[in-house]
Write a protein that binds this ligand. Structure first.
Ligand code: GLC
Length: 581
């Protein structure tokens, strides 16, 4: 995971989907028993990420909840997705919207009850949708019973569940905190005259994984949820779990280098192997780590089947590219091609360009102006669903939802955004620049309520939402897009369907074409005699590509315009998928 991931937290209406019936093409079967041994449901799945706080409020308190999700299960099913990754729903004081857990075996009051959870899981399984839960165990909440006990006395049996530094030893060696208002990861606690470690906010103390009791507690929690029948775990911030607990000084000037000094340290792989042996191998669950280490070797070591650790790596180098001032497509192509080739023979990756920690997909990588929002959003969706790896798709992106772009700091809710602003204020930063950065890059941009329809508060809630609804909800909403066959929503559905029909899009060999083209991303995916070509224009201008393939004789399977090009000249943000003959 790149550190600046947190720093940045700072359809033209004529567009038409080419109906599939027009494109007579060979499709692949979903029968796992008759196929090659490498086939896995979690490789073929399109995983839809739901940010529960902002998805749908059922009880009018302004906060999304589980009953709200239940009421939208038919919508989720209609997308064609196979699994849902749900951001944390456990009891939490919500310093970091549920990433600060005070009880791992309970549901956050605002979200509902365990009965609601059971009903939601059943509702998903009845519809053949799997559920992946967020496992947040690098840290807990400071309101978790373990931490309350731990801080109560130096001799507490829970003392060693966290990292403490007794104050008589002097100030501990500096550690960087991502969310702390002073960016200092050591928080002094007068109760026992000691500092505790928190890489994230002060209310997220880091657990001590060197303590075998902590590991057993985590494995028990995992068994609790796996026994309920969930289908997978996403391991939050897991790279930071293992630390050198002698806490050496880092070289001056490098103390903030998360990549080098914080991620993938010590016995991380040992902990994962233990987790695999104790829990993962005993259930039919998939596992995906947030982050993929510092090198390809790190990433491979996480997911190499022979090592028995995790299934899938979720690498940040690609998603970290987009910047306020624009990005180079050549760089983008290079990064994704490099990761693909590193995993071509062994291991498996997640493919994504957005999640709850990033501003909106179309605002970061596309163009959210009225003229290009729809078409560029569809183009980016095409990328996510045609690359090798498991597609992770963030809720709202199927509508082409764009950055809310709040102008006032009072409108923001995210702990990281607010503390960064305060930090800059305290240290004399240029607040205009800071606000511009936050407006573009804050995580809150992707956390505004899901835009269901054009009624008050976008149909998300009947009262005041916990965070403002983006002002464009009257034009960008699901109800309007349901009626429009050319909408982003229906384009997404068609693309999901195509990915399910064409295993070449999942497993097929990836080959980059027209490598030096700064405007067009062109690649083929080949699998068992099927050759698909994807052309993506990443610019708002007409662009030409030379692939050396015969486009005239190829069949267009999908296009985000009504009249797909057959001569390699692409309209602004045009995306075309061909079957090459
Ligand atoms: C992960 C989550 C992020 C959270 C952080 C601390 O990066 O994705 O939302 O704030 O961990 O748990």
């Amino acid at each position: 995971m790149k550190l600046y991931k947190y720093f940045t937290a700072l359809c033209l209406s004529t567009i038409m989907v080419v109906p599939f019936c027009m494109a007579q093409t060979k499709t692949t079967s979903n029968d796992f028993s008759t196929s090659f041994s490498g086939r896995k449901w979690w490789k073929e799945a399109v995983i839809y990420q739901i940010y529960p706080r902002s998805f749908k409020d059922s009880d009018g308190d302004g906060v999304g909840d589980l009953k709200g999700i239940i009421s939208k299960l038919d919508y989720i099913k209609s997308l064609g997705v196979d699994a849902v990754w749900l951001n944390p729903i456990y009891s939490s004081p919500n310093d970091d919207n549920g990433y600060d857990i005070s009880d791992y075996r309970n549901i956050m009051k605002e979200f509902g009850t365990m009965e609601d959870f059971d009903a939601m899981l059943k509702g998903m399984h009845d519809r053949n949708i799997k559920l992946i839960m967020d496992l947040v165990v690098n840290h807990s909440s400071d309101e978790h019973e373990w931490f309350k006990q731990s801080r109560s006395s130096r001799s507490s049996p829970y003392r060693n569940y966290y990292h403490w530094w007794d104050a008589e030893r002097g100030k501990p060696p500096y550690r960087y905190s991502l969310f702390d208002v002073n960016h200092d990861a050591w928080m002094y606690d007068s109760l026992t005259n000691a500092y505790y470690l928190h890489y994230f906010s002060r209310k997220q103390p880091d657990l001590n994984w060197e303590n075998p009791k902590v590991r057993q507690e985590v494995f028990d929690i995992m068994r609790f949820w796996a026994d309920k029948g969930i289908d997978g775990f996403r391991l939050d911030a897991f790279q930071f779990v293992a630390k050198d607990t002698t806490f050496p000084y880092f070289p001056k000037g490098f103390e903030k280098n998360f990549i080098q000094y914080y991620a993938m340290q010590g016995n991380l792989h040992g902990y994962l192997q233990e987790m695999n042996k104790e829990v993962l191998s005993k259930y039919d669950v998939m596992s995906v780590a947030e982050g993929a280490g510092n090198t390809f070797e790190d990433a491979h070591n996480l997911v190499d089947e022979d090592r028995h650790e995790l299934n899938m790596a979720y690498a940040f180098e690609g998603v970290d590219i987009a910047k306020m001032e624009g990005y180079s497509l050549l760089h983008f192509k290079n990064v994704f091609s490099k990761w693909d080739s590193a995993f071509a023979e062994k291991g498996w990756l997640a493919i994504f360009l957005a999640n709850h920690d990033q501003a909106r997909l179309v605002s970061r990588f596309g163009n959210d102006s009225p003229a290009f929002r729809e078409v560029s959003s569809k183009m980016l969706t095409t990328f996510i669903l045609t690359m090798r790896g498991t597609s992770f798709y963030y809720n709202g992106d199927e509508l082409g939802m764009a950055n809310a772009g709040f102008e006032k700091i009072e409108d923001f809710r995210d702990v990281q955004t607010l503390n960064e602003y305060q930090y800059q204020k305290n240290t004399g930063g240029d607040l205009n620049k800071v606000m511009a950065r936050i407006k573009f890059g804050s995580r809150d941009n992707s956390r505004t309520p899901f835009q269901w329809d054009n009624s008050a508060n976008a149909g998300f809630t009947t009262s005041n939402p916990w965070i403002k609804v983006a002002s464009n909800y009257k034009t960008i909403n699901a109800a309007a897009q349901e009626k429009d066959t050319n909408s982003c929503l229906n384009y997404f559905r068609n693309l999901v369907k195509l990915r399910k029909e064409q295993l070449a899009l999942v497993y097929g060999k990836y080959t980059l074409l027209d490598k030096g083209n700064p405007a067009v991303y062109a690649y083929t995916r080949e699998w068992e005699g099927m050759k698909l070509l994807v052309l993506l224009n990443f610019t708002n201008k007409t662009a030409r590509t030379k692939t050396g393939l015969n486009l005239a004789s190829s069949t267009v399977l999908l296009d985000n315009y009504s009249n797909p090009s057959k001569n390699g000249v692409l309209k602004p943000f045009e995306a075309i998928i061909y079957e090459v003959h």
